[in-house]
Design a protein around this ligand. Structure first.
Ligand SMILES: Nc1ncnc2c1ncn2[C@@H]1O[C@H](COP(=O)(O)OP(=O)(O)OP(=O)(O)O)[C@@H](O)[C@H]1O
Ligand SMILES: [Mg+2]
Length: 612
């Protein structure tokens, strides 16, 4: 430990050396509950371990018999020699087979618990509020779902089994030793604490370094995620930041490398201690036992058997020396997973029964709604608006005015701090979240597609959709012609996030997807990006069937969309500053008139061709 003194200080100041302990009370019942489905296999593992521990004693005992009886200097016994050697080999074979069986059972339990945990973790994460995802690094989430869950396997098949195995080995060995010779036993056992005590601090150090390593891995995972995503890589390339990113990666890589080396070095202390024990322990036994043999108080076979038994004692003893640390690390893994599982699901803030809306007329109302994402800046201030069933409302306003925020409150990605948002007069907070969202369709500014075929992406809107339905929706969204022209048609893979398609094509696919869902309420966040006029016309044409027969809330950047609305709400700085029809708003000469002159007028007025 001496050589590591300087390093130790450095790490301490950097990583706030926590003593390995669990802060919250350990949730034993919960951990136990995870094992419950595998109780049968676990019992069998236990039986394997116990039988294995007893069988493991056989070689030492038969060696004793071999030395003292079969090879007795005066009456050697060839028959006994064969029996002893045969028994040794047989015990090795049986032990080996038990090991294989135990290995299978271990994997079964470990992998099973991992599958269960991973599934419940991912399912739980799917119910986390959007705010959780905007404020947590994807890499960290990924790491918990992958590495932390993987670590559970280590805990189950590693730590737990190692505790039981080692305890069983120690108990059987110690009992056998005392049965053979209590004096030699005392001598042999006296050495154990001397060797093991120094391992305590080493274990604690190891725990700290492990913890730091895990955090560093979180960081690397995040960086990899961010830089290797399609958006990230595009950014890197366009700003020619490859070298910069490589340097950044090199830096965290070096940090991780240092930590890993440190971990390996700390591990060497364990090995050094065990190595010392393996040599010093038997030496002392030989010395004491030798005297006993000289005084004819013990047999050579007993000493030989003792040496063999010592090998079964020191290994498990040193393994158990670091056990407190191992247990705490193991519990920490469960803690990290439980921490995620304990996070409140979205929509859980309001108690009481929730109503499931089976059918919806589509009346939407915001009543004096104020909302802030971070509790500091208000994104919406006293917003009130109403849309009649089947009506089309356009939201216009400068960038950052809060338009997208309005749509996020309507789909209940967030709850307002003040006021209420309602559908058909029901406060959203009193409604069943999933049932509510069944009635709402969203086409966002950035459309997201899964790396899958066009057909699968469309079916996300309606899993049971037939090919004919897919085509009808695609036709309505003016994208069927394009899809039909692709070499693989509807089976074309769209690429990561749909990046093998143009922005306009992606958006029309998203529209077709929502058409298949056929929601009563539609939210449309028009892309701000300029589209070529052909795409523009196609998307415009796609909007018409989309809005028919639905209550639509459209964030409009194009005059044609605005003009197809029944009512226009003008947002500025989180407030609704004006509302009314295009003509009345123009006549007012306010914000809308200004936006009209600077933004909307630039778009070609295709609206004249549009049906009223
Ligand atoms: N997740 C978030 N956390 C904190 N603040 C946010 C978050 N999302 C948006 N905001 C802030 O809320 C305000 C309103 O944002 P919003 O996205 O509603 O604007 P917008 O009107 O849709 O703008 P644009 O036309 O550019 O899309 C902005 O000031 C923005 O910075
Ligand atoms: Mg927006």
């Amino acid at each position: 430990m001496m050589g590591g003194g300087g390093m130790h200080l450095m790490w301490s100041s950097m990583y706030n050396p926590e003593k390995p302990r669990v802060r919250k009370p350990v949730q034993w019942r919960r951990i136990l509950a995870l094992f419950l489905p595998y109780a049968r296999q676990e019992t069998m593992v236990l039986v394997c371990i116990l039988i294995g521990a007893v069988i493991g004693l056989a070689p030492a005992l038969f060696t004793r018999h071999l030395v003292d009886v079969a090879l007795a200097p005066r009456h050697p016994d060839a028959h006994a020699l064969w029996v002893d050697v045969g028994a040794m080999v047989a015990s090795a074979v049986v032990g080996g087979m038990l090991g294989v069986l135990q290995g299978y059972l271990n994997s079964f339990v470990g992998e099973g618990i991992m599958r269960d945990l991973r599934t419940s973790l991912v399912a739980h994460l799917h119910h986390m509020p959007i705010a959780f995802f905007t404020s947590t690094k994807t890499g960290e989430i990924m790491n918990r779902v992958s590495s932390d869950v993987d670590n559970v396997d280590n805990v189950v098949t590693g730590t737990l089994v190692s505790i039981v195995t080692n305890v069983a080995m120690i108990v059987t060995t110690v009992v056998t030793m005392f049965v053979l010779d209590w004096r030699l036993s005392l001598v042999a056992l006296a050495v154990v604490p001397l060797m093991i005590l120094p391992l305590g601090p080493v274990g604690r150090k190891m725990y700290q370094v492990r913890k730091a390593t895990r955090e560093k891995r979180d960081e690397i995972e995040s960086m990899t995620q961010e830089t290797l995503s399609i958006s990230g890589i595009t950014l890197i390339k366009s700003f020619v930041r490859e070298t910069f990113e490589a340097t950044r990666f090199y830096k965290v890589g070096t940090d991780l490398m240092d930590l890993e080396i440190r971990l390996a070095m700390v591990g060497r202390w364990f090995i050094a201690a065990i190595t010392a024990m393996v040599i010093v322990g038997p030496a002392i036994v030989w010395l004491t036992g030798g005297y006993l043999v000289i005084r004819e108080a013990a047999t050579v076979g007993t000493i030989v058997a003792f040496i063999a038994l010592l090998g079964r004692l020191y290994g498990p003893a040193s393994a158990l020396a670091g056990i407190q640390v191992q247990i705490v690390s193991a519990l920490a893994v469960f803690e990290r997973i439980f921490e995620y599982l304990d996070m409140e699901r979205e929509g859980a803030q309001v108690a009481g029964p929730r109503e499931r809306l089976e059918t919806v007329r589509g009346e939407v109302a915001f009543e004096d709604v104020s909302f802030s994402y971070d509790g500091e800046r208000l994104a919406l201030e006293h917003v009130s608006l109403q849309i009649e069933p089947g009506g089309v409302a356009a939201l216009v306003g400068p960038s950052g005015a809060g338009k997208t925020t309005v749509t996020q409150l309507l789909s209940r990605f967030y709850d307002p701090q003040e006021g209420r948002v309602s559908v058909d007069g029901h406060d959203l907070r009193s409604l069943d979240l999933a049932a509510l969202r069944e009635h709402i369709g969203i086409v966002t500014q950035e459309t997201y597609l899964f790396h899958d075929t066009i057909a699968s992406n469309l079916r996300y809107g309606k899993p049971s959709a037939t090919q004919a339905e897919l085509e009808a929706a695609a036709r309505a969204a003016s994208i069927h012609g394009f899809i039909a022209g692709l070499p693989h048609g509807y089976d074309t893979i769209v690429g990561e996030r749909g990046h093998k398609l143009s922005g306009g094509e992606r958006q029309r696919l998203a529209i077709a997807r929502v058409l298949l869902k056929d929601p009563k309420i539609l939210i449309l966040d028009e892309a701000t990006s300029a589209l070529d006029s052909e795409n523009e016309a196609a998307i415009q044409a796609a909007f018409v069937p989309l809005m028919r027969g639905r209550t639509s809330l459209v964030i409009a950047h194009r005059l044609s969309t605005i003009l197809s609305a029944d009512v226009i709400f003008v947002l500025e700085g989180g407030r609704i500053v004006e509302s009314g029809s295009h003509q009345s708003l123009l006549a007012r000469g306010g914000t809308y008139a200004r936006l009209y002159r600077t933004q909307f007028q630039k778009n070609p007025p295709e609206f004249q061709e549009m049906p009223a």
